[in-house]
Design a protein around this ligand. Structure first.
Ligand code: NAD
Ligand code: UD1
Length: 339
């Protein structure tokens, strides 16, 4: 039976889409976000799209007192935990900030959950925990490793949650390892709104297409892939968000820690993405092949059959839908949520 879900980082890219789907599924949603990488406008639009209210607290997950007062005010049935920092390059420059916000912030949240005997959490992990996989597709039992502080923070959090489940078998913990989320809600009202120069491929391509940037730098043309450029498993953000709703619906029946890959099982190269964008948006995307980006891997895609078997979830949106929805969001909101 639907209840009340706390979504940390709910004003962000994946959090706002998940909040929308949780509301549509009948849950009440309380969002905690410090707005360090998002704007409240995303949640205002979620309210408009659903006709339902989002209870919002501007707070940092490191602020235990604030979390305690939120748990005192609301009977929380489960937590979906997105809040944290996510830029790989930045994490190598300011690692302590990543460990404090991601690792300490999560510990702070877990302590408050424990205090209120709220023992159900769905956590945003990442395919980055597989490092450079020996083969593809990747299953959840592949060895894990990290090459940067961001990835290490995700691995530490996974381990901390495993320790917690050992300490008390009443915990229900779901670790979701995302492959590459792209796309936007098909209304074009909410989407990804990166601050400054985008680090990731899809927001960069769409900013080139909309005329905000001159050309795409393709990082490496000599990988052992179909056309020499990097291959990734891009997944529509609405499919990804839907997996969180399914996880919350199933969490009570999954004791201890469960880990799932969230991807489509298909890989596309950078140049295939450029072509798909040209087709979907009708815009050429000028590009230049440059040096490889340090730390990048050649190819990576998921075996997501465990999520299908256990959660009853499978990605249903294809590449063209991802591109079309990205473009609808980008072209109708060229400056993101500003204006
Ligand atoms: P995002 O930056 O849009 O969302 C994160 C949200 O958390 C933002 O609204 C930000 O303001 C908030 N936040 C950050 N630190 C906080 C803190 N200390 N206290 C309270 N709020 C805080 O990012 P996203 O793309 O929506 O990613 C959500 C989660 O998914 C992150 O944990 C990220 O590491 C993980 N993830 C993302 C991707 C991706 O490619 N987008 C891939 C794998 C995993
Ligand atoms: C990034 C993160 C990774 C995270 C993943 C999922 C980095 C280094 N890694 O990986 O931790 O788990 O997102 O969200 O940020 N590309 C270009 N030009 C660009 C941008 C990207 O050619 O301007 C290429 C990359 O080399 C790669 C592909 O596009 O082959 C996808 O890149 P990106 O969107 O950054 O995702 P990942 O590298 O998979």
């Amino acid at each position: 039976m639907p209840g009340k879900i706390l979504v940390t980082g709910g004003a962000g890219y994946i959090g706002s889409h998940t909040t929308l789907l949780l509301l549509e599924a009948g849950y009440q949603v309380v969002v905690v976000d410090n707005l360090s990488n998002s704007s409240l406008e995303s949640l205002r639009r979620v309210e408009n799209l659903t006709g339902k209210e989002v209870v919002f607290y501007k707070a940092d997950i490191r602020e235990k007192d604030k979390l305690i007062s939120i748990f005192e005010e609301h009977q929380i049935d489960g937590v979906v935990h997105f809040a944290g920092l996510k830029a790989v390059g930045e994490s190598t420059q300011i690692p302590l900030e990543y460990y404090e916000q991601n690792v300490y912030g999560t510990v702070s949240l877990l302590k408050v959950m424990q205090q209120f005997n709220c023992l159900r959490i769905v956590f945003s992990s990442s395919a980055t925990v597989y490092g450079d996989p020996a083969t593809v597709p990747i299953t959840e039992d592949f060895p894990v490793s990290a090459t940067n502080p961001y990835g290490r923070s995700k691995l530490y959090i996974e381990e901390i949650m495993r320790d917690l489940a050992i300490s008390n078998d009443a915990w229900n913990i779901i670790l979701l390892r995302y492959f590459n989320p792209i796309g936007a809600h098909d209304s074009g009202q909410i989407g990804e709104d990166p601050q400054g120069i985008p680090n990731n491929l899809m927001p960069y391509i769409s900013q080139v297409a909309v005329g905000k940037r001159d050309k795409l730098s393709v990082f490496g043309g000599d990988y052992p892939t179909i056309d020499g450029t990097g291959v990734r498993d891009y997944i529509h953000v609405v499919d990804l968000s839907d997996a969180h709703v399914k996880a919350i619906q199933k969490i009570e029946s999954l004791n201890g820690v469960s880990t799932f890959n969230l991807g489509t099982g298909k890989g596309y190269s950078v140049l295939q993405m450029v072509d798909a964008f040209k087709e979907g948006a009708g815009k050429a995307v000028p590009y230049e092949i440059v040096e490889r980006r340090p730390g990048d891997i050649a190819e990576c895609w998921a075996d997501a059959s465990l999520a299908e078997k256990i959660l009853g979830w499978k990605a249903s949106r294809g590449l063209q839908e991802m591109v079309n929805d990205t473009w609808r969001w980008q072209s109708s909101n060229p400056n993101g949520y500003k204006n």
